[in-house]
Design a protein around this ligand. Sequence first.
Ligand SMILES: [Fe+2]
Length: 133
Amino acid sequence: MFTKTKESYPECLEDIFCGVNTVHEIEKSSDLEKKHLPIITAPKKVKKGEWFEVTVEVGKLLTHPSEPGHFIMFVELYADDTYICRMDFTPNTAYPVMKAKIRLEHSHGALHAYERCNLHGTWENQFDIEVSE
Ligand SMILES: [Fe+2]
């Protein structure tokens, strides 16, 4: 889990391999950002301990290449700082999608998804979720 943003280290802002990249305004995002931002789909509200489905997709906004020199290496999901699951990919995996049934025993804050591209570094997105009794 990466707890600091690129803004924590101003010298990293121009280096895609330093820190974790994210997109602040999807409407204004570049093609590079659209290809790498992991998109989380989940319910906005869940009940404590109840199973629910989470999907993390890379390339949902704009298809990311899958070839030997350029591909998505992995996707990871966290509930705030708590590790939930991970899926590894190879160049033989097109349109990386990780789908899992998970449950939360209490509120952790937002879900966070990370993806790693072998050419363009690590990217993060989050999804607010409420856990009720
Ligand atoms: Fe890439």
